[in-house]
Design a binder for this molecule. Structure first.
Ligand SMILES: Cc1cc2nc3c(=O)[nH]c(=O)nc-3n(C[C@H](O)[C@H](O)[C@H](O)COP(=O)(O)OP(=O)(O)OC[C@H]3O[C@@H](n4cnc5c(N)ncnc54)[C@H](O)[C@@H]3O)c2cc1C
Length: 363
């Protein structure tokens, strides 16, 4: 009996797990312009210690039965995915796991192979090491974690963390935000909140290694040798829109039902940051992956009549562990909010979840 063909677009935090779990049960194809999966949580540590964490894993190491097409999906019809090299890839079932787009290759790699990504970190680390004054624009979790790593590893550097909203971590509770601000200020990080960067304009890469002077709305002038923009991202699943106009909203997100099927397309599934599910990030994604793995395995077993289970969001979705270097952090856990260093280390800061996430795929 021929196996149904599953095409997964995007091999990030969600997509790599779907391809890994389904590779024996279905003929599985993964489309991603990179040839590796990178554990995103490790990026802030990679910036200061590029060789310490093994967070970059080539797809071929854990997806031996998967055909990887190193390209970007540009259009989807009811049976085919078209990629930017022009190839049309037929599918019986499709998973859209394209996440959210950041402009910055630092925050999220856009293409290439594992060796070039490791080289990217080495080279950026050399520039970070040489820079005396570093400006971070955006104090969401990523900007705050980078400030934590830089201030711990290089206490002599002048690090400035800038946020347009009135506080760090604007989407976290006030308690977590004030704890993070206190910890960073104690290490000498200059915190500029409620002020907007007027110039320079972010370069296309969101990493400025040329240096210059930043000017803010409140008239501050901040000289820097290196600046990193850590701004928000948005989904971009518009490649679905031409043939599935009801499946994509005006934010570029895939509209999914409880079984994670795209609106109007029963054999097209989506998960993670690419969807219109309001909570984004690793916590909701974990539950979505489990449900989708189970549903696709059931389809592989009994065919299209398989009874699909719905994704039931866990009660607390705003859980977060924000690391501030290897021995500190602030966190919201199911049983309360904490800032004990040993807890941050145990939950994340020691290896930024690399061991835990690699174990899931047996590497
Ligand atoms: C630096 C960083 C740190 C983070 N830290 C945390 C954390 O500590 N805790 C937490 O919960 N969340 C964290 N997040 C958020 C978390 O990583 C995301 O919520 C998660 O990765 C979303 O998973 P995903 O599978 O939906 O998309 P992603 O992991 O973003 O994967 C998307 C994949 O799709 C590919 N792709 C995109 N467009 C196309 C296309 N057109 N064709 C083919 N392939 C395409 C990309 O190359 C990528 O491999 C962090 C994110 C970043 C960037």
């Amino acid at each position: 009996m021929t196996k149904p063909r599953l095409v997964v677009i995007g091999g990030g935090l969600g997509g790599h797990k779907i391809a890994h779990a389904l590779q024996s049960a279905m003929e599985t194809v993964l489309i991603d312009p990179k040839s590796f999966w990178e554990i995103p949580m490790a990026m802030p540590r990679q910036l200061v210690r590029p060789a310490e964490l093994d967070s970059i894993v080539a797809f071929q190491r854990f997806l031996p039965k998967v055909r990887h097409i190193q390209a970007r999906a540009v259009a989807v019809t009811p049976e085919l995915v078209r990629v930017d090299g022009g190839e049309d890839v037929r599918f019986d079932y499709l998973v859209v796991a394209t996440g959210a787009n950041y402009r910055s290759a630092l925050v999220k790699p856009l293409e290439g192979d594992a060796a070039s990504r490791i080289e990217y970190y080495r080279s950026l680390n050399a520039q970070v090491t040489a820079a005396g004054r570093i400006l971070i624009v955006g104090a969401g979790p990523i900007g705050v974690e980078i400030a934590g790593e830089l201030s711990e590893e290089f206490p002599e550097k002048i690090v400035t963390l800038m946020e347009r909203e009135g506080r760090l971590l604007p989407h976290a509770s006030e308690k977590l935000s004030s704890w993070a601000a206190e910890a960073l200020a104690k290490r000498g990080v200059n915190l500029v909140v409620g002020d907007e960067l007027l110039s320079p304009v972010a370069p296309g890469s969101d990493v400025d290694t040329a240096g210059g002077e930043a000017v803010t709305g409140a008239g501050r002038r901040i000289a820097y040798d290196l600046a990193l923009w850590c701004l928000g991202a948005r989904s971009d699943a518009t490649f679905l829109a031409q043939n599935f106009p009801d499946a994509v909203n005006d934010r570029g997100e895939v509209i999914v039902n409880a079984c994670l099927q795209a609106a109007g397309a029963q054999n097209v599934f989506a998960l993670g940051d690419a969807t219109n599910f309001p909570a984004k990030g690793g916590v909701p994604l974990h539950g979505q992956v489990k449900v989708m793995q189970r549903n696709l395995l059931e389809i592989a077993r009994v065919g299209p009549a398989a009874r699909l289970l719905p994704f039931k969001p866990p009660p607390a979705l705003d859980l977060a562990v924000i690391s501030l270097g290897r021995n500190a952090g602030v966190m919201k856990l199911p049983f309360g909010e904490f800032r004990a260093g040993w807890m941050a280390r145990a939950f994340k800061s020691r290896d930024m979840l690399v061991g835990h996430l690699r174990k899931d795929i047996g590497v």
